[in-house]
Write a protein that binds this ligand. Sequence first.
Ligand SMILES: Cc1cc2nc3c(=O)[nH]c(=O)nc-3n(C[C@H](O)[C@H](O)[C@H](O)COP(=O)(O)OP(=O)(O)OC[C@H]3O[C@@H](n4cnc5c(N)ncnc54)[C@H](O)[C@@H]3O)c2cc1C
Length: 380
Amino acid sequence: MTDKPQITSTGSALVVGGGIGGMAAAIDLAERGVSVELIDIDPEWRVYGAGITITGATLRAYQRLAMVEDIARDGAIVSGSSMFLFNGTHLRDLDEPPIEEGLPATGGIMRPVLHKLMQKRVAAAGVAVRLGITVDALANRDGGVDVSFSDSTSGRYDLVIGADSVSSRVRELAFPHMGEALRTGQGCWRVSMAKPPLLEKGEMFFGHKYMVGITRCGEDRIYLWMLTPHEERETHLADEELVGEMKARLADFGGSAGWVRDSMTSDDWVNYRPLAAKIQPRPWSDGRIVLLGDAVHATTPHLASGAGMAVESALVLSEELTRAATVEAGLAAYEERRFERCRDIVETSVAIGAAQLAGSPPDQIGGMMGGALHRLAGPF
Ligand SMILES: Cc1cc2nc3c(=O)[nH]c(=O)nc-3n(C[C@H](O)[C@H](O)[C@H](O)COP(=O)(O)OP(=O)(O)OC[C@H]3O[C@@H](n4cnc5c(N)ncnc54)[C@H](O)[C@@H]3O)c2cc1C
């Protein structure tokens, strides 16, 4: 039991998907008195080895889960970022003021480290976790949801939350008016490795047709991301080919990006992924089944805000279920508060990617990013 206001509208909830949004929802609902069960399709409940950028808005959301100290300890907190020309010439430092008093400005963390921190909180909140299963059928019936699981078990819950990411099974089963996320024409290359010696803050590299950034994720860890026009053959590259292909695309870069290119090896975690995004059409709930996170607002990394949006959605959902007299009223209020903010982030992220592909000037792209980050700093 915590000092959070307790939820009376909802006795039990099933969370499908134990990623960033699903775990945030499970923690906050359980701490507000809901009996929560969480399932994940991965029998080992892992996450892939990239780093993740934690913006000011994401930190604000994690503060509501009392996790900022954990992120500062096990990840990295910085005061802003440095801008460079792609060849390594320093352009300027950009201080990013905290978006709320008492909050750090911005940061980063390795995904597996964040995942472990959240898993610990899920356990501490008393959430029942079942792994290696998914949902096979969902039916709203008599004020509850009947669920059949892939291991032939079944259950009945006051609420089912689909937080099972971009190819959501819950979405496929219960929301026929929605569809798959759409490819944007760009792909993202990432490498996680040791920190370049001179890097202190986050770094961004401009003036090249490929956009590159480096995020510090701990005392001695960083990840570098690079956005390029997508070519289908890249999705079929074997792991051992990825390092050489990434090095080739970084050929013109200097400074820390050049250091990463020269130092990365096949022992480092390297990944290429085509980008896809979609703000799903309303309604986001059907009876007592609701979606959050990438299942309903999948975005691209341009504003580094997908995780923050997923945590915000989880918090708004539990806040509205606390205020509402019924589950259905809580779900309607959740959607009302979330739709426009998520639509803005998804559509602006996609527009920034389109501007990069069209070769728009850096000032125009910077203006789009600055405007969106300013809006993101507003209340959620
Ligand atoms: C290249 C790239 C870089 C990114 N960088 C950033 C960044 O720097 N900062 C940032 O804030 N965001 C970033 N994002 C976005 C961010 O990763 C996502 O928005 C965020 O992880 C969404 O959280 P989620 O809970 O919806 O999904 P996830 O965190 O993906 O979790 C989904 C979970 O559901 C489980 N699952 C899947 N299918 C099923 C099923 N059928 N049944 C049960 N369980 C299932 C999975 O195993 C997983 O555990 C990036 C995205 C991409 C593509």
